[in-house]
Design a protein around this ligand. Structure first.
Ligand SMILES: Cc1ncc(COP(=O)(O)O)c(C=O)c1O
Length: 454
C-alpha cells in the first residue's frame, strides 16, 4: 500500500509538451486592434521574444533549459500521493491519486511557470516584471522567482483578495516583490475604473490592464509583463505536472487512468496535469478529463466561444476563448484564482474538440469537500483546489455506485494556509452559493458582439 510515489531528480521530464501541435482543429490566431492576426513583433513591448517564440510554437516537445531545471529541483519532481484515507472515508472502490503542487516554496503550481518566465526575461536582458494576481498565489510565485533569478517584481493584486489575504503581500515583500491593491491610482487604467466605481472589488481583468500599462510605458524599455495563466507558453510550462504524473502512475503499477481532474481559473494547473493525458486521448486512450469552475463564474460551461480581450482596458490582443466578456466583474466568492472572465485558448480549443468536459460547482460543496480532505488526507487546500477535490469526490462516489475500480487523478494546485478567512466564514455559516442568473449572463456576453467570430 504505497502512499507517496516519488521520482528522483534525474527522472524529471526534460521537455515540455505543447498541445497546440496535436489539436485536431488548429487554433484561431490572436487578433490585433485592426481585426487582423497579430505578428510576434506586435507582442514585443509586452513579452520578451524568447517567450513569444514559445507562445506561437507548433513544436510538440520543447526543451526545458538546464538552468531552469536546476531551479525547479528545489521542490520538483513533486509527489504523486495515493489518497488512501479519503478513499476509505468515501468507501469507494476507486483509487484516487493527487499530484501535490502545494509543496513548492510559494505553495502552488504557479512557480512552474514563474521560474521559466523570469529566466527567459533575464536572458533577454529585462530588469523588471509587472504582473497581476488574484488569490495572491501567482504574485507570490513570481516574487519568489524574481528573488532566485534577480529581477524586480511589481504585483497588482485584485482589491478584494488584497483585503481578504493581507499576509500574501507580506510573503511577496519577503521575497523582495512589491504588491499594491488594484485598481490603483498608479495607472490610467486603474484611475479610469476608480472614477466610475470607487468601491469596486477589482478583477483580474483590471489588474492585468494596470500591469501591462506599467510594463509598456517604461521609458527605459527594461520592463516586461508576466501572465500567470491563460497564454500558450504558461500552459506549456505547467505540463511538467502531467508528464511527471504519468511516470509516477506507471511506477504505481497503474496501466490505465479513467478520470483526470483540475480546477480552472485561467486554465493553467488544469492544462498542466491534463494536456499530457489529452495527448494519450488523441492517440486512442479512453480518459474522462474534467475542468472544474465555480458556478458563479461559468466561463467554460455557459459562456460562448468568442474573440475577447484578456483585460478590461483592452490592452491584450483579441484571444479565441470561452468568455463572459472582459468587463465582467465576478461575484466575490472565496476562490479568487477562479474568478476570471475568460479561459485559456488552448483549454477552449480542447473543449471545442470534445477532448475534455467542463463542470461547474457551488462553493459550499467545495468547502465541504475541502474540510473532508483536511480531515482525511490532512492538507488544508486552497479554495480553488477545493473545486477539483469536490469533483474527485463526486467521481469516486459514482464509481462506488457503479462498483467500478476506477483510477482518478486530480491536481492539488495549492495549499490554503493563506486562505483561512474563507474557511472561517464557511464554519460560521456566512458563505452562500451563487449561480449567475441567465439574464445577467446574457447582458455581460452581449459585449462580445462587437468582435469578429473565431
Ligand atoms: C491554488 C490555485 N489553484 C488554481 C488557480 C487557478 O489558476 P489556473 O486555472 O491558471 O490554474 C489559482 C490561481 O490563482 C490558484 O492560486
Amino acid at each position: 500500500m504505497r502512499t507517496k510515489i516519488l521520482l528522483n531528480e534525474d527522472e524529471i521530464p526534460r521537455q515540455w509538451y505543447n498541445l497546440a501541435a496535436d489539436l485536431p482543429t488548429p487554433m484561431a490566431p490572436p487578433l490585433g486592434p485592426d481585426g487582423k492576426p497579430i505578428s510576434p513583433e506586435m507582442l514585443a513591448p509586452v513579452f520578451p521574444m524568447n517567450l513569444i517564440e514559445q507562445e506561437v510554437s507548433q513544436e510538440r516537445w520543447i526543451d526545458i533549459p538546464e538552468e531552469v531545471l536546476q531551479l525547479l529541483y528545489r521542490w520538483r519532481p513533486a509527489p504523486l500521493v495515493r489518497a488512501h484515507a479519503l478513499e476509505k472515508a468515501l468507501g469507494t472502490p476507486a483509487r484516487i491519486y493527487y499530484k501535490n503542487e502545494s509543496v513548492s516554496p510559494a505553495g502552488s503550481h504557479k512557480p512552474n511557470t514563474a521560474i521559466p518566465q523570469a529566466w527567459y526575461n533575464k536572458e533577454f536582458g529585462i530588469k523588471k516584471l509587472t504582473t497581476e494576481t488574484g488569490a495572491g498565489q501567482w504574485g507570490s510565485a513570481l516574487s519568489f522567482a524574481g528573488a532566485l533569478i534577480g529581477l524586480e517584481i511589481k504585483v497588482y493584486m485584485v482589491r478584494i483578495s488584497f483585503d481578504q489575504k493581507p499576509f500574501r503581500k507580506v510573503m511577496m515583500e519577503t521575497w523582495g516583490g512589491k504588491c499594491i491593491p488594484s485598481p490603483s491610482n498608479q495607472t490610467q487604467a486603474g484611475r479610469d475604473v476608480l472614477a466610475k466605481d470607487p468601491d469596486t472589488p477589482g478583477s483580474l481583468g483590471i489588474a492585468i490592464s494596470e500591469a501591462i500599462e506599467e510594463a509598456v510605458t517604461d521609458p527605459k524599455g527594461e520592463t516586461r509583463y508576466a501572465l500567470g495563466s491563460v497564454l500558450n507558453h504558461v500552459m506549456l510550462h505547467q505540463t511538467i505536472i502531467g508528464l511527471e504524473a504519468k511516470k509516477q502512475l506507471e511506477k504505481a503499477g497503474e496501466k490505465n487512468v479513467d478520470v483526470v481532474i483540475g480546477c480552472a481559473g485561467g486554465g493553467s494547473n488544469f492544462a498542466g496535469l491534463s494536456f499530457p493525458f489529452i495527448h494519450d486521448k488523441i492517440n486512442g486512450a479512453d480518459i474522462d478529463i474534467i475542468a472544474v469552475e465555480p458556478a458563479s463564474c461559468p466561463t467554460m460551461t455557459r459562456a460562448p466561444f468568442a474573440y475577447d480581450h484578456g483585460d478590461v482596458a483592452k490592452m491584450t490582443p483579441l484571444l479565441p476563448m470561452h468568455s463572459l466578456g472582459h468587463t465582467f466583474v465576478p461575484a466575490p466568492i472565496h476562490a479568487g484564482g477562479l474568478r476570471y472572465h475568460g479561459i485559456a485558448p488552448l483549454v477552449s480549443a480542447a473543449i471545442n474538440d470534445n477532448l475534455i468536459r467542463a463542470e461547474s460547482l457551488h462553493q459550499l460543496e467545495c468547502y465541504q469537500a475541502a474540510v473532508t480532505f483536511a480531515r482525511t488526507e490532512g492538507i488544508i487546500i486552497a479554495p480553488e483546489t477545493s473545486h477539483a477535490v469536490a469533483s474527485a469526490i463526486r467521481e469516486a462516489n459514482k464509481a462506488k455506485d457503479e462498483g467500478a475500480e476506477k483510477v482518478i487523478v486530480f491536481n492539488l494546485s495549492g495549499h490554503g494556509l493563506m486562505d483561512l478567512l474563507g474557511y472561517q466564514k464557511f464554519f460560521a455559516g456566512e458563505l452562500h452559493d451563487y449561480a449567475m442568473p441567465e439574464e445577467e449572463l446574457q447582458k455581460t456576453v452581449a459585449q462580445l458582439a462587437d468582435y469578429p467570430k473565431p
